[in-house]
Design a protein around this ligand. Structure first.
Ligand code: PHE
Length: 452
C-alpha cells in the first residue's frame, strides 16, 4: 500500500517491466526526432556527441532514477520529499518532481500532435495515396496535412484519447498488455526498412553521413542539442523512470536493466537513421528538412516497393504504438504526482492531465499552419520550437542533473549500493563519479555555454 492507501502494483514479470521501460524510451524521439536532429545537426558530429552523452550522462542518470523509484515506491514528488527528509532533513527536493511534472505535460502536448501525424498516415497509405510518389510529391502530401488544422485536431484528439484510456485503467491492465508484443515487431519492421534502404538507396552516402567522424562540426549548439536528445530519447530527467522504478520487482537488477534500455534506444535510433538517410540521398531529398523528414522520406520508399502500401501502413501503426507506450509514460507520472494529494480517482486525474496537455498541444498544432509566422520572444522559433527547446534542452537536462546530484550526494553510499547491487564495486564507483561529477559538470557546461 502506498501513502494514499492505494496498492502499489508491480510489473507481473521482469520481462513486462523491461518492455514497458523500453516502450517508454523508444518512441518518436528515436524514430522521428533523432533522424531530423542528425540532419539539422550536421550528420555524424551529432551522432558522436549523442552516443557519448547517452553513455556518460543518460545511462548513469537512468540508473539513478530507477534507484530512487525503488527506494521511494511512490509517485515522483512523494518519493523525493520522503527521501529528501530522510537523508537531508529537507522536503525541498520534491520541487524537482514538480518541474518534472510540468515538463511531462509540455512534452505530452506536442508528442500527441506529432503522433497524430503518424495516425493520419495510416489511411493515406492504405488508400494508396503514396504509391509511386517522388520525394517532392511526398513533401507536398505532408505539407497539405500540416496546413489543415481541423484534420490535425482530429488526429491529435484521437491520439490523446488512446493515451488517457490505459492510464485511467491502471498500470497493470493498461500499459503492460500493449507493449509486450508490439515493441519487438516494430524492431523487425525497422530492420526490413534498413535492408530495403541498403539495396535501393544510396547506402554508402547514408552511412558516411551518419558515421564518418567530423569533429570540426562539433559546436556547443550541437553538444546541447545532443545532450537534450540523450535525455529525451531515454525518458530521463522528469521522473518517468522514477515512477516506473516504483513498481519494479526486487529481484530485477537496475544496472543491467538500464543497459538493456539504453541499448534498445540507441539501436532503434541508429536503425531509423540507417533506413532514412540512404533514401534521402538516393532521391535528392534534403537531410535538414526538419520535423517532416521521416514522413517525407519513408513514404518515397513505401510508394516504390512492392506491397509498400500495406507495409507502410503497418509501419505507421507501429510508430503510433511506439509513441503510445511513451505517451502513457508521460501521463503516468502526472497522475502519480497528484494521487497522494487529492481525493480524485486515478481515472479522473488521467482525464484531467490528458485534456490539459491536449489543450496546450494547440500551441504546437498551430505552429505548423496558422501560427507558423508567430515567433514568441522574437527570433525564429515558433511555439513548437520553444516548447521543444525548453523541455528537451533545459528542463530534462537540469532535472536530470538534480536527480543525479540527489542520488550521488544526498542518498547514503551504503543504501545506494544495497539498492543497486552492482556486480563489481568498481562499476559502482564509476557510476558514483558519473552522477556526482561528470554528468552535472558536463550538462551544466552545455546549457550555460548555449546561453552565453
Ligand atoms: N523517450 C520518449 C521518446 O523517445 C519520449 C519521452 C520523454 C517519454 C520523456 C517519457 C519521458 O520518444
Amino acid at each position: 500500500m502506498d501513502k494514499a492507501g492505494a496498492p502499489v502494483g508491480q510489473w507481473s514479470s521482469r520481462f513486462a517491466f523491461l518492455m514497458a521501460a523500453i516502450g517508454s524510451s523508444v518512441g518518436l524521439g528515436n524514430i522521428w526526432k533523432f533522424p531530423y536532429m542528425i540532419g539539422t545537426g550536421g550528420g555524424s558530429a551529432f551522432m558522436l556527441v549523442y552516443l557519448a552523452c547517452v553513455m556518460a550522462v543518460g545511462l548513469p542518470i537512468l540508473i539513478a532514477e530507477l534507484m530512487l523509484g525503488r527506494m521511494g515506491r511512490q509517485g515522483p514528488i512523494e518519493t523525493l520529499i520522503d527521501l529528501g527528509r530522510r537523508y537531508s532533513g529537507s522536503a525541498a527536493w520534491g520541487l524537482i518532481g514538480c518541474v518534472g511534472v510540468l515538463a511531462a505535460v509540455l512534452i505530452l502536448s506536442f508528442y500527441s500532435v506529432v503522433a497524430g501525424w503518424s495516425l493520419a498516415y495510416i489511411p493515406k497509405l492504405l488508400l494508396g495515396e503514396m504509391s509511386g510518389l517522388t520525394g517532392a510529391q511526398t513533401g507536398e502530401v505532408f505539407g497539405s496535412l500540416l496546413a489543415d488544422p481541423w484534420k490535425l485536431t482530429f488526429w491529435h484528439a484521437l491520439f490523446m484519447l488512446l493515451t488517457i484510456i490505459p492510464v485511467a485503467r491502471g498500470i497493470q491492465a493498461g500499459i503492460e498488455k500493449a507493449v509486450v508484443w508490439m515493441m519487438p515487431l516494430l524492431f523487425v519492421l525497422l530492420l526490413v526498412l534498413c535492408i530495403y534502404a541498403a539495396i535501393e538507396g544510396d547506402f554508402a552516402a547514408g552511412m558516411a553521413y551518419l558515421f564518418k567522424p567530423d569533429f570540426a562540426a562539433v559546436t556547443w549548439d550541437v553538444v546541447l542539442a545532443a545532450t537534450g536528445q540523450a535525455f529525451f530519447s531515454l525518458s530521463v530527467g522528469l521522473g518517468t523512470m522514477l515512477a516506473y522504478g516504483a513498481y519494479l520487482p526486487a529481484n530485477v537488477s537496475i544496472p543491467r536493466t538500464s543497459l538493456v534500455i539504453v541499448f534498445a534506444a540507441i539501436l532503434t535510433a541508429v536503425l531509423a537513421g540507417a533506413a532514412i538517410f540512404p533514401i534521402v540521398f538516393a532521391n535528392g531529398l534534403n537531410p535538414s528538412e526538419g520535423p517532416g523528414l521521416v514522413f517525407v522520406t519513408l513514404t518515397v520508399a513505401f510508394g516504390a516497393m512492392p506491397g509498400g502500401a500495406l507495409f507502410g501502413a503497418v509501419f505507421f501503426v507501429l510508430l503510433a504504438i511506439a509513441a503510445l507506450t511513451s505517451s502513457v509514460s508521460l501521463l503516468e507520472p502526472i497522475v502519480a504526482a497528484f494521487r497522494g494529494r487529492s481525493s480524485l480517482s486515478r481515472s479522473t486525474l488521467a482525464w484531467i492531465g490528458g485534456i490539459v496537455a491536449w489543450v496546450i498541444g494547440f500551441l504546437t498544432l498551430f505552429s505548423f499552419n496558422i501560427w507558423s509566422d508567430v515567433h514568441p520572444l522574437g527570433g525564429t522559433r515558433t511555439w513548437f520550437d520553444w516548447i521543444d527547446f525548453l523541455t528537451s534542452n533545459i528542463m530534462l537536462p537540469l532535472g536530470g542533473v538534480m536527480l543525479a546530484l540527489f542520488a550521488g550526494w544526498v542518498v547514503s553510499r551504503e543504501d545506494g549500493a544495497a539498492i543497486l547491487g552492482f556486480e563489481s564495486p568498481l562499476l559502482f564507483r564509476l557510476w558514483r563519479i558519473l552522477v556526482r561529477v561528470v554528468a552535472p559538470v558536463g550538462v551544466v557546461a552545455a546549457v550555460v555555454s548555449n546561453m552565453l
